[in-house]
Design a protein around this ligand. Sequence first.
Ligand SMILES: [Zn+2]
Length: 352
Amino acid sequence: MTPKTTARRQPFKIGGVAVAPGGRQTIGLPLSVLSNHTPMALPVHVVHGARPGPTLFVSAAIHGDEIIGVEIIRRLLALPVLAKLRGTLLAVPIVNAFGFLSHSRYLPDRRDLNRSFPGSARGSLAGQLADLFLTEIVAPADLGIDIHSATIHRVNLPQIRISPQQKTMEELATVFGPPVVLEAPLRDGSLRQAAAEVGTDVMLFEAGEGLRFDEFAIRVGVTGILRVMKHLSMVPARSVRDAKVAPMISESSYWLRAPEGGVLRSFKTIGDSVAEGDLIGIISDPFGEMETELRARDAGLLIGRTNLPVVNRGDGLAHIARHRRARSVEAAVGRIEAELQEDPLFDEDEII
Ligand SMILES: [Zn+2]
């Protein structure tokens, strides 16, 4: 990857502040003033390496209740190896501070930030935040990693989502080393779409449950970001072990939705492989008089599911990434988990 800035190392300028090479600083980009006169800012931590290299942004909580990335970024910023950084890291652990404070996916104007890009300085609150984030963080970067989780009451197996047919991103996603890489088309108004228009590649890391932490998902995230940084020569080669297990690359996925409202018994969980026709769960009425079976339409790996057994007709109950050899991937998920369990990266007391 050719960095956007290759000239002699200059201070990194953002929000009227200049961070000197070899320095790091948290900066608040002014966003708005709340109704009670409290100023609201978009906080970013800049680590500006002493030596040149690419600019990487890592962001989380674009959906305010998807907090797993906040912990992933906290651990990333605690790593001593950042003292040797080449290039620049822009860490934004909480993009949607409004939703984060109210444990909500949305902004106070009830908009979804990830449908509000590119936004506008004169638009709605969501539009203004999208515009600020895109202009100050996304556009100056060469690459971005945006962290999400499932929404509340749902859980996702750690997975990277990239645009279809993008070979360079597929390579980076493989370096990251999640159990699954899913090709997902760009959505209108999403960060990924707006980033593509300003020439910044973005990969999305999806892992865990809304409003919850999950140790496996956090470890896949921290090691994955560090592996990408190592691949881009931003950190020394010994900073992190390479992934030993290649991810399952899936070109499509499907949701099993509830055909009826009722009470769900689930027989499969994330990381389980399914064959076509496999029983995934049964929905029954509270008296057990009527039962509706849910069966897999195609073979694949269960990458997301609901944790809430009370379901309405049409609710997404299980998300399955299509793959013919999902059974071997099921074993690979266990190997990745075991590998991360004993990774020396997580021995450091100050990180955990
Ligand atoms: Zn999200």
